[in-house]
Design a protein around this ligand. Structure first.
Ligand code: GAR
Length: 199
C-alpha cells in the first residue's frame, strides 16, 4: 500500500474526501492509506477533522520562520519524512513551495487547483472565470513540478457558470466536483496510472 501524506491550510474538505476514500466503507482494497495530515496553520479546521478520522497530524507554522522559505521547507521535510510517504497530496495547501522541496518529493506530489488548468493559475480563479464570461469552470488535479500550477494534468471536472453566479456560488459548485475528482485521481496515481481523464 502507498502511504499518503496530505498537506492542508484550511477547512480540509478535500482532505476528508481523500481520507474517507482510503479508509471508509467504500474503500475496498484501496491502494493507498493516509499516514499524515500536515497544516501550515495551527488553527486550520482540517486538523481536528483529521484527528477525528484517526490520522496523525503535524503543524509547521510558516509564521515562525519569518519569511525564511528554506528554513520553513526544511522543517516541513523533517516533519514529513519520518512518515515515509509515497505520495504527497496537497489539498488546499496555500504556500508556494520552492524547487528544492519539490525536487525532494519528485514524482510523488499531487495538487488540486480550482480551475480548468492551464487557465487561471494562481489565486481568485472563480472570480477570474466569471469576469472573463466563461461558460464553464471546474477543477484540476495535477502533478506538482517547479512551475506553479503547471505540472501534468491527471484529471479534470467541469461545471457550468450560471448567470449571476458570485465567486462563492461557483466555488461551492466546483468544490462538490473536487470531492469526486481528487479521490479518483489519487486512487489511479497509487496504482501507477499517469494518464489524464475527465469526470
Ligand atoms: C479548494 O477549493 C482547493 O481547490 C483550493 O482551496 C480549497 C481548499 O478547500 N486550492 C487552491 O486554491 C490551491 N491554490 P478545502 O480546505 O476545504 O479542501
Amino acid at each position: 500500500q502507498k502511504k499518503v501524506a496530505i498537506l492542508i491550510s484550511g477547512g480540509g474538505s478535500n482532505m476528508v474526501s481523500l481520507v474517507k476514500s482510503m479508509t471508509g466503507d467504500q474503500a475496498g482494497d484501496h491502494p493507498g492509506r493516509p499516514c499524515l495530515v500536515l497544516s501550515n496553520k495551527p488553527d486550520a479546521g482540517g486538523l481536528l477533522k483529521a484527528a477525528e478520522l484517526g490520522v496523525p497530524t503535524e503543524v509547521i507554522d510558516h509564521r515562525n520562520f519569518k519569511g525564511d522559505r528554506e528554513a520553513f521547507e526544511e522543517a516541513l521535510i523533517s516533519a514529513i519524512d519520518p512518515y515515509q510517504p509515497d505520495v504527497i497530496a496537497m489539498a488546499g495547501f496555500m504556500r508556494i513551495l520552492t524547487p528544492k522541496f519539490i525536487t525532494h518529493y519528485a514524482g510523488k506530489m499531487l495538487n488540486i487547483h480550482p480551475s480548468l488548468l492551464p487557465k487561471y493559475k494562481g489565486l481568485h480563479t472563480h472570480q477570474r472565470a466569471i469576469e472573463a464570461g466563461d461558460a464553464e469552470a471546474g477543477c484540476s488535479v495535477h502533478e506538482v513540478t517547479a512551475e506553479l500550477d503547471g505540472g501534468p494534468i491527471l484529471g479534470q471536472a467541469r461545471v457550468p457558470v450560471l448567470p449571476n453566479d458570485t465567486p462563492d456560488d461557483l466555488a461551492a459548485r466546483v468544490l462538490v466536483k473536487e470531492h469526486l475528482l481528487y479521490p479518483e485521481v489519487l486512487k489511479r496515481f497509487c496504482q501507477g496510472e499517469r494518464g489524464s481523464f475527465e469526470i
